[in-house]
Design a protein around this ligand. Structure first.
Ligand SMILES: NC(=O)c1ccc[n+]([C@@H]2O[C@H](COP(=O)([O-])OP(=O)(O)OC[C@H]3O[C@@H](n4cnc5c(N)ncnc54)[C@H](O)[C@@H]3O)[C@@H](O)[C@H]2O)c1
Ligand SMILES: [Zn+2]
Length: 370
């Protein structure tokens, strides 16, 4: 199988991407030319470096000088303190406007790396080498970068597209299964509201996907990434159709926030969010058979049990969300398999739906009644 090549045109240029099995080999000469003779900063975490650092040794060797910058694993990387520490080290190491930065790791490393690159000396070029499923099919695409403040996840950041994205599917083989499952929820999300063929591919290849089969994963990554590229090109700053990618995210963000970001993984929260948004969808005409397929696929991937916060807590948290509006809460409501629309729903409607949905949980496949 050949890697899939995509390109994303954005207001300031173009991002070239290679995704799937063999992506790294396919990108090697282009990336090699890009770093040739320059100072290269490689942002990564210790786990990813130990597992996969060796695979980019050849690339790093083509740089004039390579400086590895390790950051803590996971969300802990996305802090003001880490960003400042990297900027200081880059300055001390003689970083210049035409230096290069590579971010090798999951979405956390990519979000921090893109932000650090975008601000350093008012911007150096960077490339993302995502190593988690979630980052390959979602976080690495679309130019959003961010770090967190103590009271606000992703509250400081910029739109800054990478020059290149390389998502090598064999890297995904070392992910723990729950991390692959979490990434799959984002792929299911994209399939359900944007791309029926993608949804059906996940249904049919699910066992191989969960086991970490590189070929199956590479194909889902390619298809999900292509769907996201199409939407981001249409709507670079999320004024319209890009909001569809928030399917399942209104509830997900509230659950993550109420859990202090230490409970559910992001993808798992999206799994719960899709179950509820699908319930809302049935109220608005989504056929029961299609809603049932979504529920069945989520069930097969598997959600960890969680204690749902009270309806009141959920609603209050949603109203504080940066995507909420004065006149209500914004939802992506699925219309039929492969299509969704954005709707602002009054808080009372959402309250009644949440209560009905909560009563239905754990009782098989309920028909919605609000
Ligand atoms: N910019 C965007 O558009 C966007 C979109 C979605 C999510 N995000 C962000 O992405 C972050 C989550 O990213 P994530 O889910 O990729 O997790 P992550 O980056 O937090 O990494 C999770 C863990 O996986 C490990 N890991 C990474 N690759 C591995 C591999 N190949 N094998 C074994 N272990 C590996 C890491 O060391 C880390 O411990 C969040 O901060 C979220 O806000 C950004
Ligand atoms: Zn998401």
């Amino acid at each position: 199988v050949a890697a899939r090549e995509l390109s994303l045109r954005h207001p300031r240029g173009e991002t070239r991407m290679w995704l799937g099995e063999g992506a790294l080999a396919a990108a090697a000469s282009t990336l090699g030319d890009w770093v040739e003779g320059r100072r290269l900063f490689v942002v990564t975490d210790p786990r990813v470096r130990a597992l996969h650092g060796v695979s980019i040794a050849g690339l790093a060797a083509r740089a004039g000088e390579a400086c590895w910058l390790e950051v803590p694993e996971g969300e802990a990387a996305k802090s003001v303190a880490e960003a400042e520490r990297l900027w200081r080290r880059m300055l001390e190491a003689g970083g210049k406007r035409d230096s290069r930065l590579l971010a090798l790791g999951g979405g956390s490393v990519g979000d921090l790396g893109g932000f650090v690159a975008g601000c350093f000396l008012r911007g150096v070029e960077h490339a993302l080498l995502p190593t988690t499923l979630l980052a390959q099919l979602d976080a690495a695409i679309g130019g959003k970068t961010a770090i967190d403040l103590p009271g606000g996840k992703n509250s400081v950041g910029l739109f800054r597209h990478p020059a290149f994205v390389v998502g090598e599917a064999t890297w995904l083989g070392t992910l723990p299964r729950p991390e692959r499952a979490a990434g799959l929820f984002e792929a299911i999300k994209a399939g359900f509201v944007l791309d029926t063929a993608l949804f059906e591919r996940i249904e049919s290849d699910l066992d191989a996907l969960l086991e970490g089969d590189a070929q199956a994963l590479g194909q889902v990554v390619g298809a999900a990434a292509a769907a996201k590229v199409r939407i981001v090109e249409e709507d670079p700053e999320e004024a319209g159709s890009r909001q569809l990618l928030n399917f399942g995210h209104t509830l997900a963000h509230a659950l993550e926030s109420l859990g202090g970001y230490r409970g559910l993984r992001h993808g798992e929260a999206v799994g719960y969010g899709m179950l509820f948004a699908t319930w809302l969808g049935e109220e608005h005409g989504l056929p029961a058979e299609e809603a049932g397929r979504l529920r069945e696929l989520v069930r097969r991937v598997g959600l960890p049990e969680t204690l749902l916060p009270s309806t009141q807590e959920i609603l209050e948290t949603m109203r504080r969300d940066k995507k909420a509006r004065e006149d209500g809460l914004r939802w992506v409501v699925p219309e039929c398999l492969g299509r969704g629309r954005v709707e602002v729903l009054p808080v009372d409607t959402v309250r009644r739906a949440l209560e009905a949905w909560r009563r239905s949980l754990g009782r098989g496949d309920p028909s919605p009644r609000v």
